[in-house]
Design a protein around this ligand. Structure first.
Ligand SMILES: [Fe+2]
Length: 246
């Protein structure tokens, strides 16, 4: 009789690497049985680690500055999720969302991605498609958590409702997306771009705080500055204006 297809890659690897119980029953002796369970647990962890590595490679497997950008966003989004006290599987979902947040840009022509001058309305319209395209590309990975897909779809939404693609507002924006948004924008601010110099971490942190309640979740932005960046002293200062808005 044909076996049902395995939809979870981790389960598929386990099925290949660990003989099924019916083909190799646990040994009768307690010690050997414990060894078997430990071996299965080790292989389960190995499969999970491999899957995590592959997901992150998928996200960073693009050329140039983008790969390093994704690595930093993954690290900082994961730290913010942990600082929030999320459960390990929720932190992992955020981590994967951070890794894959711009996967939809693989459908955007390089001529647009690498353009140094201002984008025309048609080109800008193409860029605006990348969150939805990202979700479409991930449809073939059904084991991904919903929070991961939500981070990909909604990482350009704004707390005040002025973002895209859906114009979500406040708590309508999934938490994973609000986390990835902070890490994504902070890293963009601290890197040099054709249209701006690199900002210092303190300048970028002040910008995040100024945008709390406008672009960003008003509770998450100060937590990011304090717990992830270690710049908590800035959260006690009055907002400093004069920086260009993103
Ligand atoms: Fe993006």
């Amino acid at each position: 009789m044909a076996e049902a297809p395995l939809t979870d890659p981790a389960a598929a690897w386990l099925a290949r690497g660990v003989p099924r119980p019916e083909s190799r029953p646990f040994p009768a002796r307690d010690g050997a049985g414990l060894d078997g369970l430990c071996l299965a647990a080790d292989r389960s962890r190995e499969a999970a680690d491999t899957l995590d590595h592959l997901i992150c490679l998928l996200g960073v497997g693009q050329e140039g500055w983008h790969a390093e950008h994704v690595r930093r966003v993954v690290l900082q989004a994961e730290r913010l999720a942990a600082a929030l006290g999320l459960a390990p599987d929720e932190v992992r979902a955020v981590r994967w969302g951070a890794a894959l947040h711009d996967i939809g840009k693989t459908r955007v022509p390089q001529a647009i991605l690498q353009k140094t001058g201002p984008l025309d309305p048609l080109e800008y319209g193409v860029i605006l498609q990348h969150p939805e395209w990202g979700v479409e590309l991930l449809e073939g990975l059904p084991f991904l958590p919903q929070a991961t897909r939500e981070a990909v779809r909604s990482h350009h939404e704004r707390w005040d409702g002025g973002g895209y693609p859906a114009g979500l507002r406040g708590d309508q924006i999934p938490l994973s997306a609000r986390i990835v948004s902070l890490a994504d924008v902070f890293d963009a601010l601290t890197q040099r771009r054709p249209y701006k110099p690199a900002w210092t971490e303190q300048e970028a942190a002040r910008s995040l705080l100024r945008e709390a309640g406008r672009q960003f979740d008003p509770d998450l932005a100060p937590l990011f500055v304090e717990a992830v960046l270690g710049l908590g002293h800035l959260t006690a200062l009055p907002s400093i204006t004069g920086y260009p808005l993103f």
